[in-house]
Design a protein around this ligand. Structure first.
Ligand code: ADE
Length: 225
């Protein structure tokens, strides 16, 4: 899978993809992430990419021309399945969307800044708008990093133990059960005996019960869905 991220702050997107699972995914050739500095392709002087909004009001708006040029340069090279705009008024990102996007081949992600991007780019280029939560970030970069991480780890072969993503919270519509490691007795706090019994069926049953209990307590809405 190839992901091209259009941004005015490519520096913000270096570290999130340079470590751990995202690093390994790229080393294995399963994921390619490229960042494109919008200022490199703007036709305006001094790297200008934003301007005052028509109708007045505080805050700058990202101009359509630099974004259109950046998107079209990429689209000339290959077909893209999605052009995603990160925005707090987009559809709420969830595991189902991550699963869906992990099966795409080429994706463009646009990171907004300031008051947002000119509406005509949203109308004519963007195929999907995503929010990572009901709060406003300074820009779309951190949101894009969240989305790429969530998608990247789902690409087959990225996780060492292929099954482990299957047991993530949300993957089956439930929160994950509690987990424990050594020692079995830590300061007198014992690991549940069911996990130590050695019977895979009993362990599975216990984990499923715990998932249901945790989901009912913390996210009852998930059970209704
Ligand atoms: N850009 C700013 N805030 C955002 C959010 N909550 N989700 C996605 N992109 C954003």
């Amino acid at each position: 899978m190839r992901i091209d991220i259009i941004t005015v702050l490519p520096e913000l997107l270096v570290s999130p993809f340079s470590h751990s699972i995202m690093k390994r995914a790229q080393e294995k050739g399963l994921l390619e992430v490229y960042t494109h500095n919008l200022r490199d392709t703007t036709p305006y002087k001094q790297g200008q990419v934003d301007d005052y909004q028509f109708g007045g009001g505080a805050g700058m708006v990202m101009m359509p021309e630099p974004l259109a040029i950046a998107i079209e340069l990429l689209q000339k090279e290959r077909n893209y399945d999605e052009v995603i705009f990160m925005t707090p008024d987009g559809a709420m990102f969830d595991q189902k969307t991550a699963n869906n996007l992990s099966m795409k081949t080429n994706i463009i992600i646009i990171c907004g800044h300031y008051k947002g991007i000119d509406e005509r780019i949203r109308q004519h280029f963007v195929t999907r708008e995503i929010s990572i939560g009901d709060y406003v970030l300074s820009g779309g970069e951190l949101a894009a990093a969240v989305v790429v991480d969530a998608i990247g780890r789902l690409i087959p072969g990225v996780l060492n133990d292929e099954t482990s993503a299957l047991f993530d919270s949300f993957q089956d519509g439930l929160l994950a059960p509690p987990v424990y490691t050594r020692p079995a007795n830590f300061r007198g706090w014992e690991v549940p005996e069911q996990l130590l019994c050695g019977d895979p069926k009993k362990i599975d049953n216990w984990r499923h019960e715990q998932s249901l209990k945790r989901t009912a307590e913390r996210r009852p809405g998930l059970l209704e869905e």
